[in-house]
Ligand binder design. Sequence first.
Ligand code: EPZ
Length: 425
Amino acid sequence: MDKLVIEGGKPLSGTIVIQGAKNAALPILAASLLAEGTTTIDSVPHLLDIDVMLNILRELGCRAEHTDDTVVLDTTSAHTSHVPENLMKQMRSSIFLMGPLLSRFGEAQVYQPGGCAIGERKIDLHLQGLQALGAEIEEVGNRIVCRANKLTGADIHLSFPSVGATENIMMAAVLAEGHTTLSNAAREPEIQDLQRFLNAMGAKIMGAGTDTITIEGVDRLTPCRYKVIPDRIVTGTVMVAAAATRGQVTLQETQPAHLSSLIHVMRRAGVQIVVDGDIIKVGSSARPKAVERIVTSPYPAFPTDLQSQIMVLLSLADGVSILKETIFEGRLKHVDELSRMGADIRVDMNAAFIRGVPRLYGATVEATDLRAGAALVIAGLAAQGRTTVEQVHHIDRGYDRIETMLTRLGARISRSSPVPQAPNL
Ligand code: EPZ
């Protein structure tokens, strides 16, 4: 397993262009199945999760090429609706292939994606939405078979604004007969990107970005070329790293409006942030101030995907901050690792009480999930001494060569890969 070795204490500086958004590219790749022919998607980063999605699409019969940051996907020969279990287990988000497969083939065979380090990750809202559109769901063991001779528009209300369920329902409704209204929908920018992509293929969707999305079913969709939005979570991760190392970093090709809640919190912590079009400049030369209370909630509130990263900045702040995680029940596992680096954090239920310390100290720590791993990298950059981050594959799921990106900003970080053991002959 690869490791990242970081010599901390050096402020980040320089300019960086942000990668395309993983959480926009994944549903858009799945939605490409809705049109027969060749779809081209630009600004798709090279990530483990993207590789898994492309392998699933190939297993379904598509031809997929990922060159530079462009994916060319020919769905003409897609011939099966059965997503292999081994691939589903590699990436639970493949659950939102159900909608496109159901639309295209009238059937979708997937497997319970199961939970992960951050939580149970239920899919009941996905299944309820598909059933409302006319799908019959059969669960045999951990296999889920959805069938629908015809999908018919419906009024659907989500009891929680689930991102994945919103996306699955959108993709199942675009070719359904009639009108669908989805209320209490998720409002994330990635939902808006999916709407733009589907409408570019000829769908009739309105309302993404609000809590009510309306969809008029159409007869068919046609392939298109589309560019994915910048990754707001990678943008936020770099912003926090710049502040935690008291550096000066300029981020280009961003969408600052997608980060309003983070920018607000960082400014309350005393970080200088200047926004100019698609450029964000982050600077910090003093110890951050504590932020009394931050609560993660669905967009546009503070995102759960930046919770572990902002915790690193707050662990260095002057004062006590409270950080409450309300989206995933298992998303505070990085606290133990940060404590081993000298952070003073107490967890009570889903709230972390963070008493800032003057500095962190390098240690050998383990990434438990994607964003926790990114937070440990930030902690290593800010810490005094050497930090080794293990289980780096978690980080590679969402960051395109994170060590290359940070080295460009002056970080002293390198990847060590174990030497393959010679077979015992
Ligand atoms: C998406 O996951 C993102 N992943 C996550 O990013 C992100 O953290 C999450 O949205 C919240 O913003 C992708 O887009 C690929 P949810 P998703 O459905 O769709 C419960 C990252 O780090 N729930 O909004 O799975 C669920 O248990 C990843 O990039 C149900 O109860 O998120 C969770 O507690 C991590 N029933 C909450 O809702 C359901 O049917 C949020 O889940 C679905 C969800």
